[in-house]
Design a protein around this ligand. Structure first.
Ligand SMILES: Cc1cc2nc3c(=O)[nH]c(=O)nc-3n(C[C@H](O)[C@H](O)[C@H](O)COP(=O)(O)OP(=O)(O)OC[C@H]3O[C@@H](n4cnc5c(N)ncnc54)[C@H](O)[C@@H]3O)c2cc1C
Length: 467
């Protein structure tokens, strides 16, 4: 009897040991974000949704590719941890989970949020070189719209949309999130064709406008430009001046520390004692990484803030001539000056250029009072860099580095989704849902380029080319 009982115990302990070994091995394999990763055969099948709200999201995820990767959005929405049984969440010590993040813009704050949702035990410090009042994310209206409809961006957009919907349900405008409908019109239907594919299944109420809506007596659009096509959809804005402080408050309540300090390199954080470093340095992300400054392209933008609380729908003429109403302001813009990194103050030419294009589609807005303005540099890059690598500092400190920067003109649309991906990589959680759709890394280019100033841009008449 005693022998039988001992044998049973040995057998039981062997099975447990084998399970742990398999799990740890799985962790190592899946924590690498290799572009050549084939969709892995997960032993954790994708979670599915029965509820109709999530059904829509799940369908949009399915449409990402003909042979979609396993999509495992958190069942309880973004607030609940995604538990896939990965052993690192259980076994990591406090020191191993001591994470340093560069950046308190929308991307850094979203990434910290996602990390804590995956593992509430993570100990996070966020470093930023400037006060929040001086950074890009503060001045942005943050309308949800996906410019580049790559499969990975659709997944990031989808995850962000789910997150914003949850915030809207739970906190409404107190979170800085605002439910908003509106229109994009164009003089050339072909310019709108990719919008439906990029995000038509993520947002709600996506539809093409009828002819009478564009040109009839009830049309809400001015007649200046010869508008020939238009779309309508309902999504969210997440306004930087409210949404970022809201996230920061939630992070502070969870024990996240914020330190103002200018870093020369991501290595600095490893030297500070962080075995995991996440680079959300925005436009400076490439330079901080040391191998990517040359892949970053500044795209200067401007926004005028108007006192026009009666303007309740966003309105775009193509993608540069825009209004976005937020909770108590209307933002009018913009310019997309590619390869221009200054000045950081508004020029008379900027204002003239914006109104020259916007006024014909909605003359009424010109009557409103301007109450402010904002100039920012979009962190342009051919694709967002979400990659993990192992590095060693000059003094010999080994650390895991995860990049998450280069969101161009879509940072608010993609931040939570890319942050969730970066969180998976930082914590070594299985990345099955990203396998097969992660783009190949760009060639390394550490050489920082010199860029034009807007005055030169206007002198050369380049603004006239931007719609
Ligand atoms: C005019 C305009 C309109 C836009 N409209 C929209 C929109 O409607 N919807 C949308 O989705 N997106 C929009 N965007 C894009 C969006 O603003 C960006 O993609 C987003 O703000 C990028 O956020 P980020 O956190 O990467 O960068 P940032 O907000 O620039 O944050 C970078 C952080 O890194 C820190 N940092 C940098 N260097 C260092 C260093 N050396 N040491 C320490 N810390 C450092 C900074 O202090 C900062 O905290 C718009 C952009 C512009 C210019």
């Amino acid at each position: 009897m005693v022998i039988k009982w001992s044998l049973a115990r040995i057998l039981f302990l062997s099975i447990i040991g084998l399970t742990i070994a398999t799990s740890i091995h799985g962790k190592i394999v899946h924590s690498r974000n290799s572009p050549n990763n084939k969709p892995s055969e997960s032993s954790h099948p994708a979670k599915s949704y029965s509820d109709s709200r999530h059904g829509r999201i799940a369908r949009s995820a399915e449409s990402i590719s003909a042979n979609p990767p396993a999509i495992a959005l958190p069942e309880s929405g973004p607030a609940g941890p995604v538990s896939d049984g990965s052993s690192s969440l259980v076994t990591a010590t406090e020191q191993e989970l001591n994470i340093g993040i560069v950046g308190e813009g929308v991307v850094g704050l979203s990434t910290a949020t996602a990390i804590l949702e995956l593992n509430p035990k993570a100990k996070i410090t966020i470093y930023h070189d400037k006060p929040f009042e001086e950074i890009l994310s503060r001045g942005i209206a943050g309308l949800f719209r996906v410019d580049d409809g790559s499969d990975i961006n659709k997944l990031y957009g989808n995850d962000t949309f789910v997150r914003l919907a949850q915030l809207w349900r739970e906190y409404g405008g107190l979170s800085g999130v605002q439910l908003l409908s509106g229109h994009i019109v164009s003089t050339d239907k072909r310019k709108l064709n990719d919008q439906e594919g990029n995000y038509g299944k993520i947002v709600t109420n996506f539809r093409w406008l009828k002819d009478e809506e564009l040109h009839g007596v009830n049309s809400v659009f001015g007649y200046g430009p010869n508008i020939t096509a238009g779309i309508h959809y309902t999504a969210f804005t997440s306004e930087g001046i409210r949404y970022c402080p809201f996230m920061k408050q939630q992070l502070l309540a969870k024990g996240v520390k914020f330190v103002q300090k200018k870093l020369a390199s991501v290595d600095d954080l490893a030297e500070e004692g962080h075995p995991i470093v996440v680079n959300c340095g925005g436009f400076n992300g490439g330079e901080l990484a040391g191998d990517d400054a040359g892949n970053m392209i500044p795209i200067r933008g401007v926004l005028l803030k108007m006192d026009a609380s009666w303007h309740k729908h966003f309105l775009y003429l193509d993608y540069t001539t825009i209004t976005i109403p937020t909770i108590d302001t209307v933002y009018v813009g913009t310019v997309k000056q590619e390869g221009v990194d200054g000045p950081m103050h508004i020029l008379p030419e900027d204002v003239e250029d914006v109104w020259r294009r916007y006024e014909p589609i909605q003359p009424a807005l010109r009557r409103a009072r301007q109450i402010g303005h904002f100039v920012g540099i979009r962190p342009g890059r051919k694709q967002i860099r979400v990659e993990a690598e192992d590095r060693t500092t000059k003094s010999g400190k080994k650390y895991r580095l995860v990049h998450n920067y280069g969101h161009g003109g879509n940072g608010f649309t993609l931040a939570y989704g890319s942050g969730l991906h970066a969180a998976h990589l930082a914590l070594g959680v299985k990345t099955d849902r990203y396998d097969g759709i992660v783009p190949s890394p760009l060639l390394k280019d550490p050489v920082k380029k010199t860029w034009k100033k807007a005055e030169e841009f206007y002198k050369e008449g380049l603004n006239l080319k931007s719609g």
